[in-house]
Write a protein that binds this ligand. Structure first.
Ligand SMILES: Nc1ncnc2c1ncn2[C@@H]1O[C@H](COP(=O)(O)OP(=O)(O)O)[C@@H](O)[C@H]1O
Ligand SMILES: [Mg+2]
Length: 247
């Protein structure tokens, strides 16, 4: 059986002067920050601020056009080995046209896990996220909330060291949102580092240990949640928290 546990930590993740330029536009510029080895970071900021871009860069789906992104514990690991120890969940889950169970088994297939082990691990993950009854159903017919929980179950079988979630609840109703928030806490309790974007202030207050605030591609602050919500450092963050339009 392949051991999915992480032998040594990849974290912290350090970004130094990271920029992403497209044409003559700096979509992200001068981003220097570090994600420590534990906790839940919320990435906040108005629409178009660069939240999704930042998370895609961190996850390795895009390459920065300036600066560097380094996994401190990942020195000798190549791109694919690094990617396997991280997971990302999107606003709209990307699922295979197969059963819910087959979707959860898929990353294990790629890892060469035996059929029996796959089945056992996938069923445990489905149960953990309340999807056992839906295991045989085509993933594409599940509701939005069920699909998002399925994406989380698929991430769960890999026991990622870090989980990126890009506005995972923005298309969901309150009950489905609560289920996703509970799932995020489950990952956190099991030791997965959480980096999540959201424009839902209530959700950010419930989940954040620290907040990264972006505006127009710039990092305006990275503070403990308490500080960010009570005494934001920038006028833009203060306006954002008041609900004023910021761009
Ligand atoms: N791959 C890309 N190539 C070019 N422009 C992009 C790309 N991804 C996003 N953008 C642009 O970058 C800006 C930031 O986008 P995004 O990160 O999606 O913002 P947010 O998630 O904060 O709403 C937007 O103006 C968007 O149109
Ligand atoms: Mg986005």
């Amino acid at each position: 059986m392949s051991d999915l546990r992480v032998p040594v930590g990849l974290l912290p993740l350090a970004l130094r002067e990271v920029g992403f330029r497209h044409g003559d536009q700096d979509l992200l510029k001068g981003i220097t920050l570090q994600f420590g080895s534990s906790g839940k970071t919320l990435v906040m900021g108005p629409n178009g601020a660069g939240k999704s871009l930042l998370m895609r860069l961190c996850h390795g789906l895009l390459r920065p056009t300036e600066g560097s992104i380094r996994w401190h514990g990942g020195g000798r690991l190549g791109g694919q080995a690094l990617r396997r120890r991280q997971a990302m969940v999107f606003q709209r889950p990307v699922l295979l046209r197969r059963s819910a169970r087959a979707n959860v088994e898929y990353p294990l297939v790629l890892q060469g896990v035996s059929r029996r082990q796959r089945r056992r691990q996938a069923d445990a993950a489905l149960e953990r996220f309340g999807l056992s009854a839906l295991a045989g159903r085509p993933a594409r017919v599940l509701s939005g909330g069920e699909q998002q929980r399925l994406a989380l179950a698929r991430a769960w079988v890999m026991r990622p060291e870090i989980l990126f979630l890009d506005e995972p609840t923005s298309a969901l109703d309150p009950a489905a949102t609560k289920a996703v928030e509970d799932a995020v806490l489950t990952f956190h309790e099991e030791g997965t580092r959480i980096v999540m974007s959201s424009h839902n202030l209530g959700q950010a207050r419930r989940l954040a240990d620290d907040v990264v605030f972006l505006c127009r591609g710039r990092l305006l602050e990275h503070s403990p949640a308490e500080t960010f919500f009570t005494a934001p450092a920038s006028a833009e963050a203060a306006a954002f928290l008041r609900g004023d339009l910021v761009w």
